[in-house]
Design a protein around this ligand. Sequence first.
Ligand SMILES: [Mn+2]
Length: 306
Amino acid sequence: MRSAFDLMGGWAARASLREGTPAAPVPLAIDADADDGTPDGPERARYRAVFISDLHLGTAGCQAVELLEFLKQHPSETLYLVGDIIDGWQLRRKWFWPQAHNDVVQKLLRRSRKGCRVVFVPGNHDEFARQFDGHHFGGIEVANEAVHVTADGRRLWVVHGDHFDGVIQCAKWLAYLGDNAYEFLLRMNRHLNSLRARMGLPYWSLSQYLKHKVKKALNYVMDFERAVAAEARSRGYQGVVCGHIHRPEMRTIDGTLYCNDGDWVESLSALVEHLDGRLELVHWAPGALPGLLAPAGAQGLPEMSA
Ligand SMILES: [Mn+2]
């Protein structure tokens, strides 16, 4: 049977051949005895399930070191990788694969070897894996969509979410947009316009322009969330777990539970199911010690006046 590394390595080698650059030695070989510091034998699962997505391994934005720490502290019976785990789009442009990204892949495989059920639901950035729907690689199940049943019997539809993406442009906006960036741009607007005034140019409101864009982006988020929840409902599920838009969220929309586990580029968040079936959105604080996690739901939306 082909291993996950044959699959990924082969794919990566093909990608670099296509670009006409020499195929880099594929640094995905795994040392089966590699020790990540956790004791041997099955890990005691502290959670029934953990859902993570949008790691974007292979890009500089991926917070792999933080993710490793999170994974170490959140052993689970089942681990769902809800898409955009490996960023094939970026890797095709430029090969970027530091050791920490390797460590994440090793950690995921090691978890699987230790008896954790690992389910990979591909996203749009790793859609190359969608052709392997229903296959196992290195103990990891590939499924284009999955159903998770919580300890209290709720059936959750697990899907990356890009199929609901009518306007991908807006999602790109979201990737760059944070509260701080927004405030920074508003400050920049003042400088820009004092410069324009000195050059005899009329006032142009960057802030109005951006507010319009932010509003559109937020409308997009709302539309996305409603669309995903409505589809889950029409399929008879009590809820849905997705990723894709890099907006961690857990709320009920028209009676259907909508969970977005966020991402490991900006929000550093995950969805966990406790052993009693309780679901919780975890916001990982960089350098966090166990038990000192930031409160969930701390992420606000940009202030919107006018
Ligand atoms: Mn995506």
